[in-house]
Structure formats: structure tokens, C-alpha cells
Design a protein around this ligand. Structure first.
Ligand SMILES: [Zn+2]
Length: 351
């Protein structure tokens, strides 16, 4: 990935290039984005630039052996960590990212703007939550203790540190604090408030900005057509739901609950929950006067601003926590009609 291929976020790209050029390379960096805004693409372009043997005009060359390895995500000194779980695509009893690395490569090479749901689908764990467990920390520590194959930087691109438990974080902490020479950690998060403080506080944080309407459209074009249809469908249900809740129309709200419960699979219901959680996060940011980082597409501005103005203060926090609970109940096979009617009712009561 070259910086030239990144959609949007020119300022962030410039800042990364200037960090690399001036030699002020932070050994631990946390990139915070709304899902799908290109943090992974930026991280890949950054590592590629740092390790390129012929960088010029503020970008990697794209042709040297290191760039070619980066393009296929097979650079021997660059490691990837992402949330996993047991599943049909690996026989490992305690799977780590390594167990699924080929699927990760295939997904990220074809579209580095993928979502967490895309990743779960690609590695075949749609019905489970991905986790970053302690086996992962052990694997990373042993990889980083090996001598670098090339003379560039060793890097760990760490996707979704919020999926890591305390034990894993404790194991990694020393490495993140005092990494071996020319080693860097790049964490990519969609929920910085859920990243363990011990890790967060040791990172230089970078806000990856939301995309403009045109840029978001460009990213959407990278996706298969049925995914784009899904976005529109989810947005329609969420809009109807919020309108019903705010209009104090319980019947209409319950109908939305039934529509969510009628989505064709538990995976789709979970995908809707993730989607709705993302929407509510946007509402929360607007309520905090953080419009510029809320990541709202232009055509959705009016809806979000109106909703943000009409919801009470605690609504967003309560809803996100209720949605999180629903996701874990879906995993436990609880009847989805009951689950979603209850969720909608709670939203109705807390707005
Ligand atoms: Zn190069």
C-alpha cells in the first residue's frame, strides 16, 4: 500500500511521512477511527514507507523487494494481530492470528477498508466473538525477540486492541513500553474507551478522520455490491427505529424490533447491532459537540443532528451497553424476537 493509494486522510498521511522523515518514529502508536475510514490502509502505507529502500516524493517506491513483500502482506518483519476464535477454518485448539494469517492477507490485500464483520466472515467465526488471548502475546513476544530479517523496522500491526483481555495486555506491556530497537507497535481501534488504559497511555494517539461523502462512496465501491445494499437496509431500520422512539410511538418501535429479529441469520442480527452501536456513537459525539470527528456522511447530517438534539443525556451510553448485552445473548441462542423487542423497549424508555 502506498500513500498515493489511500482514500482521504491526506493530513494524517502527511503527519506520518513527516514523522518517518524526521526519525521521530513513535514505538507505540494508537490509530483511532470510525470503522472503515482507512486506519489499516494508513498503517500499512506507513510501515511500507519506513521500510522502503527507495522512498521518494513522500511515498514508498512500490517496487523494491520490501514494498513488494508489503503489498502481499508477507514482509518477514511485519506481523499482524487481530481478534480470533476457534472455528472450522483452523484445527488449532488455541488459535492465534497466525492460524488465520492467509485469510487475513487475502482480505486485507483485496480491501484494507474491511470491517470487523468482514474479518469474522473471512476467518469463519461469524457466530463467535473474536478475542485476542494470551497465546497471542506469547507468539508476538517470541517473534519480536528474533533478529530482523531485513535491516528496516520490525512492526506489529495490532487490529482492535479492545478485544484483548487484561492478561494479554499485561504480557505485552513491557514489550510495548520498551520494545527492541527499531520495533514499532501500531494499534488500530474503533473504540478507544475500551482499550485498556495500561496500553492506551503508552501510545502516541492519532485520530484518523472520517471520510467525506465522496471518499466514503469510493470506499463503498471497493466492497461487493450486496454489502452496499446491506448498509442501506440497516440504515433504514435504524432511522425508522430512532424516529419511532423519539415520536413516542411504541408500536412502530416494536415493529422495528421485529424487523431486526427477522434478519436472516444470527450473524446478520449481530452485524446490525454493530452497525447500530456505530450510529449511536455518532449521536453521542454530536451531543459532545465533536461534529467534526463524528464521521457523519453529508446526506445523513440532518438526521443525526436532529436525533442528537432530541435524545436525553444518558441515552447513548445506556443504549450501547444494552446493545452489547444483546450481542452476547445472541451468541447464547436466546430467542431473537424477545431480545430485540426488549432492546427496543429499553431504548424507548431511556430516550
Ligand atoms: Zn520501496
Amino acid at each position: 500500500m502506498r500513500f498515493a493509494d489511500i482514500i482521504g486522510n491526506a493530513e494524517v498521511a502527511k503527519a506520518l511521512v513527516s514523522m518517518a522523515d524526521s526519525g521521530r518514529v513513535a514505538h507505540a502508536m494508537l490509530m483511532y477511527e470510525n470503522e472503515g475510514c482507512g486506519a489499516l490502509a494508513l498503517a500499512l502505507a506507513y510501515v511500507q514507507y519506513l521500510n522502503c529502500s527507495n522512498p521518494h516524493d513522500g511515498d514508498s517506491c512500490g517496487e523494491c523487494p520490501s514494498c513488494r513483500q508489503m503489498a502481499k502482506l508477507i514482509h518477514p518483519d511485519v506481523h499482524y494481530v487481530f481478534p480470533v476464535n476457534k472455528g472450522p477454518k483452523t484445527s488449532d485448539d488455541k488459535p492465534t492470528s497466525e492460524s488465520y494469517i492467509n485469510y487475513w492477507r487475502e482480505l486485507a490485500v483485496s480491501n484494507p477498508y474491511f470491517t470487523e464483520a468482514d474479518l469474522q466472515k473471512a476467518i469463519g467465526i461469524e457466530s463467535k466473538n473474536g478475542l485476542i488471548a494470551v497465546a497471542e502475546a506469547k507468539s508476538i513476544i517470541s517473534k519480536l525477540s528474533l533478529t530482523a530479517v531485513s535491516d528496516g523496522y520490525k512492526a506489529v500491526v495490532f487490529y482492535l486492541p479492545e478485544r484483548m483481555n487484561q492478561e494479554t495486555a499485561n504480557r505485552l506491556l513491557k514489550m510495548v513500553e520498551e520494545p527492541p530497537e527499531k520495533t514499532l507497535f501500531i494499534f488500530i481501534t474503533h473504540a478507544p474507551e475500551k482499550v485498556l488504559q495500561t496500553i492506551f497511555s503508552r501510545c502516541q494517539s492519532i485520530r484518523v478522520m472520517p471520510l467525506t461523502k465522496e471518499e466514503a462512496e469510493e470506499v463503498r465501491m471497493l466492497r461487493p455490491a450486496d454489502d452496499r445494499e446491506e448498509y442501506d437496509r440497516f440504515m433504514e431500520i435504524f432511522t425508522d427505529l430512532m424516529n419511532a422512539v423519539l415520536a413516542r410511538d411504541l408500536m412502530a418501535a416494536l415493529e422495528c424490533g421485529e424487523m431486526i429479529a427477522a434478519l436472516e441469520s444470527r450473524e446478520k442480527q449481530k452485524a446490525f447491532c454493530n452497525f447500530a452501536g456505530g450510529c449511536i456513537r455518532k449521536i453521542f459525539m454530536i451531543q459532545q459537540n465533536m461534529h467534526q470527528i463524528a464521521g457523519v456522511a453529508e446526506e445523513e447530517q440532518e438526521f443525526y443532528s436532529s436525533v442528537a438534539g432530541r435524545c436525553g443525556k444518558g441515552f447513548c451510553a445506556r443504549s450501547v451497553s444494552n446493545i452489547d448485552k444483546v450481542v452476547s445473548m445472541i451468541d447464547r441462542n436466546v430467542n431473537s424476537k424477545i431480545l430485540f423487542c426488549d432492546l427496543v423497549n429499553r431504548m424507548f424508555l431511556s430516550v
